[in-house]
Ligand binder design. Structure first.
Ligand code: M6R
Length: 364
């Protein structure tokens, strides 16, 4: 049932182009974003004062990405919280707060408890869920499904990618209704969304090059990921992918935090993966690359096509094709998924079922 792939993780990575298209296609009609299952008319969308996103693990990372998108595109304040933190801190949920719970399985105990807490406090809860009919899907006021299909590998790839798409669609809908993007901008974004499946496919087809590179790091002690803004959120997911399947210690840092302590961890030969997909933060990131290189780091950079000047600062560069600045996560994550996967394969790890982890965390 692995369809010729060595692992479910690789198979599911390869299912991403289709899963992404399946998630956006039914929600784009006549150049408009239609999310009927949202259960909110334009007036209700305009009345939202704040969004609170609650999730665990990779789903939390998609929430982090969407904070930058909702705030940047739709100008709505967003708080993102880990479900296990949210539920125990008696959160302040004021009138006009929309709570979004993101979960692949729909069964994560802490996310479900957070949903109940939010409902009890009188908030409307929207679930972004992959498993149809799961507990979170049943208990949320409204459900927006990600159409990734069944995901078997413990490390999420295609469900993560679909969660991003669902969140892009929501942000676009909110931004359009609230008038923070123009008709033209919306049309352009829809065009860029439609290009994502083929672009993801292209990045997947680069797998041999990533594998070769990954094989150089099978004995690494620690690997770091740095970025700013959306690139910081991408770093968090890249780091989680690597550590959960390969058991190599890895951390993600907001690049601006390096100087506040973490740069002391860089040694000769330490691999630092730098994300540079946000043009406005590009120069700052180049300085961060130079800082870690001075301390002996080897830098792999993931950046936008056309930025060949990054090759002057970084040792190894992976390019992602051109897309909207809010959608770069969908592309930049592909080489990072492949990297984590191939490091784990090279180390002989049980890629689909990493030690100590379960696909759905139904206990607290
Ligand atoms: O089913 P959920 O999306 O609620 O699961 C949340 C996390 O347990 C999950 O994303 C976990 O971090 C993955 N193993 C990451 O690949």
């Amino acid at each position: 049932e692995k369809g010729g792939y060595e692992h479910f993780m690789l198979k599911e990575m390869y299912e991403q182009p289709k899963a992404i298209a399946d998630t956006f296609s039914p929600r784009i009609k006549d150049g408009r974003i239609e999310i009927e299952e949202l259960g909110m008319d334009d007036e209700a969308i305009r009345a939202v004062k704040k969004i609170v996103i609650v999730a665990c693990g990779s789903a939390y990372h998609t929430g982090m990405t969407s904070k930058y998108i909702f705030e940047g595109m739709a100008r709505i304040p967003v708080e993102v919280d880990l479900a296990s933190e949210f539920r125990y801190r008696d959160p302040i949920l004021t009138d006009g707060t929309l709570v979004i719970v993101i979960s692949q399985s729909g069964e994560t105990a802490d996310s479900l408890a957070a949903l109940r807490e939010a409902k009890e406090k009188g908030c409307k809860v929207l679930g972004i869920v992959n498993v149809v009919g799961s507990s979170i899907a049943r208990e949320a006021d409204n459900v927006m499904y990600t159409w990734a299909g069944p995901e078997i590998a413990v490390a999420t790839t295609k469900a993560y990618s679909c969660q991003l798409i669902a969140l892009y669609l929501l942000a676009m809908k909110f931004a359009h209704v609230r008038g923070t993007i123009s008709e033209g901008e919306l049309a352009e974004m829809i065009e860029d969304l439609k290009k994502l499946p083929a672009q993801v496919e292209m990045l997947l087809n680069n797998k041999d090059r990533i594998q070769k590179f990954a094989n150089r790091y099978l004995a690494a002690k620690s690997i770091f990921f740095i970025g700013r803004g959306i690139d910081y959120a991408i770093s968090m997911e890249g780091s989680l992918k690597l550590k959960e399947v390969s058991y190599i210690h890895s951390e993600a840092y907001a690049a601006g935090e390096l100087k506040h302590g973490t740069i002391s961890l860089i040694e000769d030969g330490t691999l630092v993966t730098a994300l540079l997909t946000q043009e406005n933060l590009y120069k700052k990131m180049i300085s961060n690359i130079e800082e870690v290189k001075t301390r002996g780091a080897f830098v792999m950079a993931v950046t936008n096509e056309g930025h060949s000047d990054v090759e002057k600062a970084a040792d190894y560069v992976v390019y992602i094709p051109k897309t909207n600045k809010y959608f770069t996560n969908s592309l930049a994550i592909i080489p990072l998924q492949l990297f984590g996967y191939y490091v784990a394969v090279g180390r002989g790890c049980d890629v689909d079922k990493p030690r100590n982890l379960a696909k759905s965390v139904t206990v607290e």
